[in-house]
Design a protein around this ligand. Structure first.
Ligand code: ZN
Length: 201
């Protein structure tokens, strides 16, 4: 399980409560807002803290390779100041397959996906999405979107957003479905095989 765009004062706390009760470790790709304490708590409770973006503004992040790294360093510094070590696990805003960056910088994802690895990072896209950031998402739609795409023939990297109340509402059922069907949950580490989308820019 991976959670993007948090932490959120209320919903991330609830996600952490559920993960603790269900004894599940996950990965949080955090941003520049939300309480430091929840990033600290997630780390202390055994979850992985990954880097997402500081302001989540595509115009700024993907304006150039330099501005991408300015953003990455900003969120990296935040995480380091909270958990006491650097994270080299990242998720690109919009995923590596995003086409939105084409508007600001042609070919930037082709450059960055190679370059971040040369700099010692590992990046993770997803192969299951709760579609929980979409307009009209409900706990039922998030649950269905996840369970329909889980597959036993691969490792599943599930994209969710811990800022969303309907994701909180769906989470326990998703976990219970997965447990009942023989899946295990693991936080991403530097040894986890990367899940990479096909690039479009
Ligand atoms: Zn995001």
């Amino acid at each position: 399980l991976t959670f993007d765009d948090g932490p959120h004062g209320i919903n991330t706390a609830k996600v952490l409560d559920i993960l603790k009760q269900e004894e599940v470790k996950a990965t949080f790709f955090v941003v520049g807002v939300g309480p430091d304490e929840l990033i600290k708590r997630a780390h202390d409770e055994g979850h992985t803290i990954g880097l997402h973006t500081y302001p989540h503004k595509y115009t700024e992040i993907y304006a150039s390779v330099n501005s991408y790294y300015a953003d990455l360093n900003k969120i990296s510094d935040r995480v380091e100041s909270i958990i006491g070590k650097k994270s080299y696990i990242l998720r690109f805003p919009g995923g590596s397959s995003n086409a939105v960056s084409r508007r600001y910088s042609l070919g930037i994802m082709t450059t960055l996906t190679k370059d971040v690895i040369n700099r010692g990072y590992r990046y993770f896209d997803w192969n299951v999405s709760g579609q929980d950031a979409e307009r009209g998402a409900t706990s039922a739609s998030v649950y269905q979107n996840v369970i329909k795409d889980l597959s036993k023939n691969r490792s599943n990297n599930v994209l969710l957003h811990d800022i969303q109340p309907h994701t909180v509402a769906a989470l326990r059922d998703i976990i219970r479905y997965a447990k009942a069907n023989g899946y295990r949950f693991e936080p991403i580490t530097m040894e986890t095989p990367m899940i990479r989308h096909r690039l479009t820019n």
